[in-house]
Design a protein around this ligand. Sequence first.
Ligand SMILES: [Zn+2]
Length: 199
Amino acid sequence: MGLDLFFYPEEFEGPFVVLGKGETRYDKRFHQFISCMIVLDSNLNLVRLFPIDMERFSTFKEFDFVKVRIEKRNYESHRPETRKIYPSTIRYSKETFHFTLPFETGEVLHDGNWKKMHRSVALINPRELRIRQKWNEYTRIQYFCDFEGCNGHTNKLDAYTFEQVAALERENTAIGFVLGTHAGYPHRWLLVSAIRAEN
Ligand SMILES: [Zn+2]
C-alpha cells in the first residue's frame, strides 16, 4: 500500500499528475492573484494544491507530472482535499507513475452525500453537452451527467476551459470533467477543467 490521502506526511512531495487549474482570482489572504490545481496522487486520490501563482506557473498543463512540498494537509475544513503548498517548490517531476483516471458516476453530484463527506473535488464523464452561451469573458454551458434523472448542470467556463472543451469536441474525444467546489460557496460545484478521458 502506498500513502493514504489523509495520512501522507507533510513533507510528502508527490509526484502528482496535473488534472486541472482553477480560475485565477485575487486572494486577500495572499495579496495577489492566485489559483489552485487539482492533481492526482499515485494512489489515485484527487487533491487540490493551493496556492498556485499562475503568473509563474502557467506553463503547467494537464497530464504534466509535478512535485511540490506540502506545507499543510488540513488547510480548509470545508474542502479537506486541499493541501497548502510552498508555492516556490513546485516543479516538473521526472518521476512518474501509471494511472487510470478515477472517474465516478454523476451520482456524486446528486445524492447529497458529498456534502456530508465534505467532498470538494470530483472527476466525472459528462453524458451530453448543451448550450454554449457567451457572455463577457465567460461561456455558459449546460451538461448532463450519467446519473439517471439528471436535469442538467450549468457552469460558466473561462476562456481557457472553454477552449479545452472545444478542442476535445473537435477531436471527437471522450471528455472528462474535473470538478471542484467553490472556496466561498462550498455547496456549489465548478467545472475546473475538461480533459481527455483516456490517458
Ligand atoms: Zn447530473
